[in-house]
Design a protein around this ligand. Structure first.
Ligand code: ZN
Length: 267
């Protein structure tokens, strides 16, 4: 997003590459150097980068502006993280395009304030990107209709899709909680397997930034209950795809997810 808004003006460097799990990520020494040399730092916040919060605070003390982009969103629109996470909010807001649009405005405003000379350019870039996001939203709205409401059940390795479910009327169930730090227990696998077999949910999904063994164990547990659930494909939950590929961008990643989910659940 920062690279899109600041195209030709600034260079944004991401610390976590494709397939990296932000919940578990620990900054390396070279990351710390990059942060210390940055003009501005943007991060997701709401404890997504669970092991890095202290580091972001340290940077603020060094007078390097560090912004949690989820500050863009009014808490009334945030979803609770669930009973294991106290009063925290679910950090995975990007799976609802409407919320990501608010992040675009937020980042644009921060960049314009830090670099007023280029404020007009940030604004023009934001406007054209928001149009792209509107088109993405329309695409999703259309594709989602291919899955009847009673078939809209999305089961993934960890709970990254609650905002998606909220926006597009899916029941979302994750084997692990909203952070991959919590391990799936045997009873979680059992209960979910029971649910899948009973409701004949056609497909469950792996995620590019989470180990696949839990979902494979779930598939086996469903099979032992006399139902054959498919692995519906790989979803980009907490990480983009490779740069240069369609899934290496936000819009490409969301489109891939929607296509994968709809194709697997519609039959
Ligand atoms: Zn996550």
């Amino acid at each position: 997003l920062v690279n899109i808004l600041g195209k030709d003006i600034l260079k944004a460097d991401g610390l976590m590459g494709p397939g990296v799990d932000p919940h578990l990520y620990q900054a390396t020494e070279s990351d710390v150097k990059k942060l210390q040399n940055a003009d501005v730092i943007f991060y997701n916040g709401l404890h997504l980068e669970g092991k890095m919060s202290d580091l972001f605070e340290e940077m603020s003390k060094l007078n390097i502006p560090a912004y949690a982009v989820t500050d863009a969103i009014n808490t009334s629109k945030l979803l609770a993280a669930g009973e294991d996470y106290g009063k925290n909010f679910d950090p995975h807001i990007w799976s609802d395009v409407r919320l990501w649009k608010e992040v675009v405005e937020f980042v644009k405003n921060k960049l314009a304030a830090l670099d007023p000379a280029n404020a007009d350019i940030y604004s023009i870039n934001a406007q054209s990107y928001l149009k792209e996001l509107d088109a993405l939203q329309e695409y999703i709205n259309k594709r989602i209709l291919e899955v009847p409401k009673n078939k809209r059940i999305l089961i993934t390795a960890h709970d990254a899709f609650a905002y998606f479910g909220n926006a597009y009327d899916f029941t979302v169930l994750g084997l692990q909680g909203i952070s991959t730090e919590t391990e799936a227990g045997i009873s979680d696998v059992k209960n979910l397997a029971e649910f899948i077999a009973q409701n004949k949910v056609p497909a469950i999904f792996i995620e590019t930034s989470v180990q696949t063994r839990h979902i494979e164990a779930l598939k086996e547990a469903v099979f032992s209950r006399g139902f054959n659930v498919k692995i519906g494909g790989r979803l980009f939950s907490d990480s983009l795809g490779d740069p240069g590929e369609a899934e290496g961008t936000y819009t490409g990643m969301i489109k891939h997810n929607v296509d994968t989910i709809v194709d697997a659940l519609k039959q």
